[in-house]
Design a binder for this molecule. Structure first.
Ligand code: KIV
Ligand code: ZN
Length: 437
């Protein structure tokens, strides 16, 4: 990522730097195996969850929500297998979700027995709408659900902590974005107090958009206000859990980090309820291309994509940022020409800086190849054919040949009406320049 030149908005050049920027990776937490899994037509079986879990480890994710063990026998058994089967490295914390309900909390404590590092994540819904339509409760009633749960969790945790478990707590005021911010701060403060949070033993306050209902800048303003109203702010890790209902999950997360969040819950390729959770791949690689180390390894994106598609039975779209089949492909002539020139420029300059127009990231950084960057169809120009000859076959065509050979290729694309593969480009070259001699 050092090869990337951080983006400085042009209008800001007279200043030293924009007021705020993301300068370091947040704490990442994967919720693939819980939020992602619960949104699948066919939830993953044990083998699939294990394979997925190991991929998350390979990526370098250190906090992984493995499920909702009190929700079903299957979920409980998967949790037990992960713990008893020795799948969890010592530097990884598993997270388990539970509703703020006593019998489910009890069952969750049974599910985590014997684990080394655990985040116990409990939630209840706090929004105006949910209070009115679902719970028929006022604010004190909703607060009591949260504080009673916090009290029970704190009590039950004392014995497992005494036995050596590193147990931390996370509270989510579900539907945070539909909650009055003063009330959100009040209920979170009450939970922090019940859990005896201190600056040394911070509790994760996870603020889910749940259903994304506003613009990212508005969310960031609300978040700043919420933080300013939280008396024990220094006893909390502010975590975000953006969903993508308005298609703005990534922007919400980025704006939220600027507004003071330190942790992000996300999923690979944005799987999750409805339109999904925020996509961890896009977030991490957006940082990467701004010269910030995301501390995650996506250098083999195709392998991750293959595992994801197999285990979830979902497809990664062709235009999915950084991972889609077509995102390192340029069909149009002017783009191909510019990429070609950028490649040449980089080679000549030797600076090592990534300065190729139309390609925000070096495909090699995610284990993709240069070869498919340029694909040739009837929209392609002279530069594209020359690029393919160079990158696929090592022929450095002299500049003077580009227009003529480009024309030969264009005539062929018009004739066949489909994309030409590199092998066909080579054939055309051979027919016209080698065999013709
Ligand atoms: O989206 C949401 O609100 C959730 C909570 C359970 C954290 O998934
Ligand atoms: Zn969610």
């Amino acid at each position: 990522f050092e090869k990337y030149i951080p983006f400085v908005p042009l209008k800001m050049e007279h200043r030293s730097w924009p007021d705020k920027q993301i300068t370091k990776a947040p704490i990442w937490c994967s919720v693939d195996l819980r939020d992602g899994n619960q949104a699948l037509v066919d939830p993953m079986n044990l083998q699939e969850k294990l394979e997925y879990f190991h991929t998350l480890l390979d990526i370098g994710i250190k906090e992984i929500e493995i499920g909702f063990p009190s929700a079903s026998e299957t979920e409980f058994e998967i949790c037990r297998e992960l713990i008893e089967g020795g799948h969890i490295p010592d530097d990884v914390t598993i997270q388990v979700l539970v509703q703020a309900r006593p019998h489910l909390i009890q069952r969750t404590f049974e599910a985590i027995r014997g684990a080394k590092h655990v985040i116990l994540h409990f939630y209840n819904s706090t929004s105006t709408l949910q209070r009115k339509v679902v719970f028929h409760m006022d604010m004190p009633g909703i607060t009591k659900i949260a504080t009673d749960a916090a009290k029970l969790i704190y009590e039950l945790s004392q014995s497992v902590i005494a036995e050596g478990m590193d147990l931390r707590y996370e509270y989510s005021p579900e539907s945070f974005m539909g909650t009055e911010m003063d009330y959100a701060a009040e209920i979170c403060q009450a939970v922090l107090e019940e859990l005896h949070a201190t600056p040394e033993k911070r509790v994760i306050l996870n603020l889910p958009t749940t259903v994304e209902n506003c613009m990212p800048n508005y969310f960031a303003d609300e978040l700043e206000y919420f933080i300013s109203k939280l008396p024990s702010r220094d006893c909390a890790i502010i975590s975000l859990h953006p969903h993508n209902d308005r298609g703005c999950g990534v922007a919400t997360a980025e704006m939220g980090l600027l507004a003071g969040a330190e942790r992000i819950e996300a999923t690979l390729f944005g799987n999750g309820e409805r339109t999904g959770n925020v996509d961890i791949v896009t977030l991490a690689l957006n940082m990467h291309t701004q010269g910030v180390d995301p501390e995650l390894d996506f250098s083999h994106i195709n392998r991750i994509k293959e595992m994801y598609e197999r285990c979830t039975k979902m497809k990664v779209g062709e235009r999915q940022p950084y991972a889609g089949e077509l995102v390192f492909t340029a069909f149009s002539g002017s783009h191909q020409d510019a990429i070609n020139k950028g490649t040449q420029y980089m080679r000549d300059s030797g600076s090592g800086k990534w300065e190729i127009p139309y390609l925000p990231i070096d495909p090699a950084d995610v284990g993709r190849e240069y070869e498919p960057i340029i694909r040739i169809n009837s929209q392609s120009g002279k530069g594209g054919a020359a690029f393919v000859m160079q990158h696929s076959f090592g022929f450095d065509l002299p500049k003077a040949m580009h227009p003529e050979f480009g024309h030969i290729v264009q005539v062929e694309t018009d004739r066949v009406g489909t994309e030409l593969k590199p092998e066909r480009i080579y054939e055309l070259f051979r027919e016209n320049y080698i065999d013709a001699v």
